[in-house]
Design a binder for this molecule. Structure first.
Ligand code: C2O
Length: 346
């Protein structure tokens, strides 16, 4: 059976090591939950731009939107704090699946990964657009699969910007190239070597290693299931998605690699949403890079559901079947850029 949405009345404080963290959304027990309705087919398609290609006025607009979101009161479900907490609630065991008291929600390491994060960004983006009165606003994506985009987009590094997060790995700052096979040791490759390593990894994760849906999406997770040792991540979820998280986290001064390096705090760093926009873009691209790359047709996947607050603070129940085509169903797509890993052979 499909995974039912979380039971919001049973959201609990969760623990991270010795600390407890409260990441449940504001909920008074009677907020009505309605079924998600697709945006109107007449709505203009939002085009998410590559972060390294945006101009100054786009950056200012994005900063203003995040600033407004950060200024909302903490108990507003659209506030930056509550938006960041969504990730914690869905990943750190705060929620149970409705009707399954022993099944703790965890949206990683299974086929829930891509659709959960897609809906999450969809609402985050629409809240920002609403706050600045721009219904065409689209999040920038961190184009880490393309050499010109392989370091942290510079506007996330300005310490005076609301897009900056002081809790990041101090060694991985502006202009340091992302290392997709990073594992703690000093980054010593030349830029050319690093591009090559990253592109060949991308080729493996998207093309040769993801020849069918189960490899790309990860293992099945059904009603009542918990993620276990046996659960497997999809190729992109593991690398580069996971690597980018740990590469961004501060392992020197923070207990758990906060912010980006650990689930409960990852979404407190504004770069999270651009990182995930590119992860989400990979879902669209995967379907175009070879034969047999089709979305899962199992109704247990298609009917699995999550709950989010939308841009009007309404609670909506979202089923995976409503998010499999970003352009047709959710009315957004990605700016096209070169895809240098597509043909790479090492
Ligand atoms: Cu929910 Cu990048 O992880």
């Amino acid at each position: 059976a499909p995974v039912p949405p979380p039971d919001l009345t049973k959201c609990t404080v969760t623990s991270v090591g010795p600390e407890s963290v409260q990441c449940c959304p504001p909920f008074n027990g009677q907020n009505k939950i309605t079924d998600f309705k697709l945006p109107s087919s007449r709505e203009q398609v939002r085009i998410r731009p590559a972060a390294h290609l945006v101009n100054k006025s786009y950056i200012q607009k994005y900063e203003r939107a995040i600033q407004l979101m950060k200024s909302l009161p903490d108990d507003d479900p659209r506030s930056f704090k509550q938006q960041a907490n969504i990730h914690c609630a869905y990943c750190n065991g705060a929620y149970i699946q409705t009707g399954f008291p022993d099944a703790r929600f965890e949206v990683h390491s299974s086929w829930l990964f891509f659709p959960f994060h897609r809906f999450y960004l969809h609402f985050f983006e629409r809240i920002l657009g609403k706050l600045i009165g721009d219904p065409t606003f689209a999040l920038p994506y961190w184009n880490w699969d393309n050499p010109p985009g392989m370091s942290i987009p510079s506007f996330f590094m300005n310490p005076n910007s609301p897009l900056h997060d002081p809790i990041r790995n101090p060694d991985h700052q502006e202009s340091v190239l992302l290392d997709m096979d990073w594992s703690d040791e000093v980054d010593s490759s030349s830029p050319e070597e690093q591009y090559k390593t990253n592109l060949s990894l991308m080729h493996t994760q998207m093309v040769t290693g993801a020849s069918k849906a189960s490899l790309f999406f990860g293992s099945a997770l059904k009603a009542g299931d918990n993620v276990t040792q046996m659960s497997s991540q999809g190729t992109i979820e593991a690398t580069p998605h996971g690597i980018v998280h740990v590469w961004m986290g501060d392992w020197t001064n923070q207990p758990n690699g906060e912010n980006m390096g650990t689930l409960y705090s990852a979404a407190r760093d504004p770069i999270f949403y651009s990182h995930h926009a590119n992860v989400d873009r990979m879902w669209n691209l995967w379907k175009t890079v070879g034969p047999n790359r089709k979305d899962i047709s199992d109704p247990d996947w298609l009917e699995s559901a999550f709950v989010f607050y939308d841009e009007d603070k309404n609670l909506v129940r979202c089923k995976i079947k409503d998010c499999i085509d970003s352009r047709k169903q959710l009315k957004y797509d990605y700016q096209q850029v070169p895809i240098p890993w597509q043909k790479t052979t090492t």
